[in-house]
Design a protein around this ligand. Structure first.
Ligand code: LMR
Length: 400
C-alpha cells in the first residue's frame, strides 16, 4: 500500500540546520532556523531553566499522567504572561487555556478547533508568513486566503492594502496575526494599526487568531504583548497561541499553550471540552517537562527575575546586531539601503535578495539562509559579520 507514495521536498527551514552542520567551509554562517545564538554561536540553556530543572529533579515525586489540558498552573501562568494579570482576571471564565506541544501543537489544535466550529472557515494569512502556517492550517481542512502585509521593495508594511483586503473577511472567517516580531519580515503593527484592526474585526465579525512565538524578543515582555491585549480586551472571540521555544529557549521540549476567549463562560466551557477531546484524539496529552520548568520559573520571584534579565540580554544583543548589520552593510559598499534591518524587530529580517542570490549565498559562501532571503539576525556575531557583509557586497555587485 505504500508503493505509490512520492518523496516530498525537505522542509525549507529545518533542512538548513543539517546542511549547515555538514558543510566543511570554515567560514560558514548559520542564519537559517529561528534559534537564538549567543556571541559564540551557541544556543544556551537559560540559567533559570537549569535552576528550575534542578528544583524539579529534587522535588518531583510522580510521573503520573497530567491530562489533555496539561498543567493548570502552567496554563494560568502563561495566560497571565500574555494577557497581563488584570486582563486575564477580567476575562475570567470567558477564557480557557490548554498546554500544547509547542507553538506548532497550539496552532494545529487551534486549526482543528476552528474546523469543528465552522468546517468551511477560511483563514486569512499574511503575505508573507511563516512557511509552516499554511500546512498546519490546511492539515485541519481549513481554507486559506492571503492578505498583503509587507512591501519587499520599501521594506515596510502595506497596511492600507492589508485593511482593504481584510475588509472582505466576514463572520465565520479567521484572520491570523503575528503577536510581535513578525516571522519572516520583522515588521510589526503599531498601536494605531492594532486599533484599526480591532475596529475592523468588530465591524465585520471575523475571528482573530494570534500566533505569539517571540514575546520578549522585540521590545520587551509587556510591550510585545500590547497588540494581543488591545484585541483581547475588546473582541468577543479570540484565539492566542503562545510558544516557549524562543523566549525560554525550550525548543526541543515542545512547550506552548492555546488560549481561547469566547462570548460567554458557557461557550468557553464547551470550547474547553472540545479542545481536550481534540488533544486526546491527537496526542492524548502534552509533554510535561518544559511546561513544568516554565511554571517553576514564573511562580518563583528569583527565577523569574533571572529569566527576565537573561531574556532582556538576548533581546538587546539582537537589537545591537541589527544596528551593527545595517551599519556594516552600508559601509561595505553594497549600494543598497539596509537601514530597515535596524527598524525591524525580533529574530528575522529579509535581506532583500532573490531566491537565486540566496542559493548562491548558501552554495558559494556557506552562508545559510531561507530561500526567501530571510535571515536569523541572532546568527550574526563579531567573528562572522565581516565575512557576511563582504560576501553580500560582492554578490550584489557581481550578480545584482
Ligand atoms: C523558524 O521560523 O525558523 C522557526 O520558527 C523554526 C521553525 O520551526 O520553522
Amino acid at each position: 500500500m505504500f508503493d505509490e507514495l512520492q518523496p516530498l521536498p525537505p522542509d525549507p527551514i529545518l533542512a538548513l540546520t543539517p546542511a549547515y552542520r555538514a558543510d566543511p567551509n570554515p567560514d560558514k554562517i548559520d542564519l537559517g532556523a529561528g534559534v537564538y545564538k549567543d556571541e559564540h554561536g551557541k544556543t544556551p540553556v537559560m540559567a533559570a531553566v537549569k535552576q528550575a530543572e534542578r528544583t524539579l529533579l529534587a522535588k518531583q515525586d510522580s510521573k503520573a499522567y497530567v491530562g489533555p489540558a496539561g498543567a493548570t498552573g502552567f496554563n494560568e501562568a502563561l495566560a497571565e504572561l500574555a494577557f497581563g494579570a488584570d486582563l486575564a482576571g477580567a476575562l475570567g471564565s470567558r477564557r480557557t487555556s490548554l498546554q500544547t506541544p509547542g507553538g506548532c501543537g497550539g496552532l494545529r489544535l487551534a486549526a482543528e478547533f476552528l474546523a469543528r466550529a465552522n468546517a468551511g472557515a477560511t483563514v486569512w494569512v499574511s503575505d508573507p508568513s511563516w512557511p509552516n502556517h499554511v500546512p498546519l492550517l490546511c492539515a485541519a481542512g481549513l481554507g486559506i486566503a492571503h492578505y498583503p502585509y509587507y512591501d519587499f521593495d520599501s521594506h515596510s508594511l502595506r497596511f492600507d492594502a492589508m485593511i482593504d483586503s481584510l475588509g472582505k473577511a466576514a463572520s465565520g472567517d479567521v484572520v491570523l496575526l503575528h503577536g510581535c516580531c513578525h516571522n519572516p519580515c520583522g515588521a510589526d503593527l503599531d498601536r494605531e494599526q492594532w486599533l484599526a484592526l480591532r475596529e475592523l474585526a468588530l465591524a465585520n465579525g471575523f475571528t482573530v487568531l494570534i500566533d505569539m512565538a517571540y514575546q520578549g524578543l522585540g521590545d520587551g515582555i509587556e510591550r510585545d504583548a500590547a497588540g494581543v491585549r488591545l484585541l483581547a480586551e475588546a473582541l468577543p472571540e479570540l484565539l492566542l497561541v503562545s510558544s516557549c521555544s524562543k523566549n525560554f529557549g525550550l525548543y526541543r521540549e515542545r512547550t506552548g499553550a492555546l488560549s481561547v476567549i469566547c462570548r460567554s463562560a458557557t461557550v468557553a466551557k464547551a470550547a474547553a471540552s472540545q479542545l481536550a477531546a481534540i488533544a486526546r484524539a491527537s496526542y492524548s496529552m502534552p509533554p510535561d517537562h518544559g511546561a513544568a520548568v516554565v511554571q517553576t520559573i514564573l511562580e518563583n520571584s528569583d527565577l523569574r527575575a533571572s529569566w527576565e534579565a537573561e531574556l532582556a540580554a538576548m533581546r538587546e544583543r539582537i537589537n545591537g546586531l541589527r544596528g551593527a548589520l545595517a551599519e556594516r552593510l552600508a559601509a561595505a559598499g553594497t549600494g543598497r539601503d539596509f537601514s530597515f534591518i535596524e527598524r525591524e524587530k525580533g529574530m528575522f529580517s529579509f535581506l532583500g535578495v532573490s531566491p537565486e542570490q540566496a542559493e548562491a549565498l548558501v552554495n558559494q559562501y556557506g552562508i545559510y539562509l531561507v530561500k526567501s532571503g530571510r535571515i536569523n539576525v541572532a546568527g550574526v556575531n563579531e567573528a562572522n559579520i565581516g565575512y557576511l557583509t563582504r560576501s553580500l557586497a560582492v554578490l550584489l555587485r557581481t550578480s545584482p
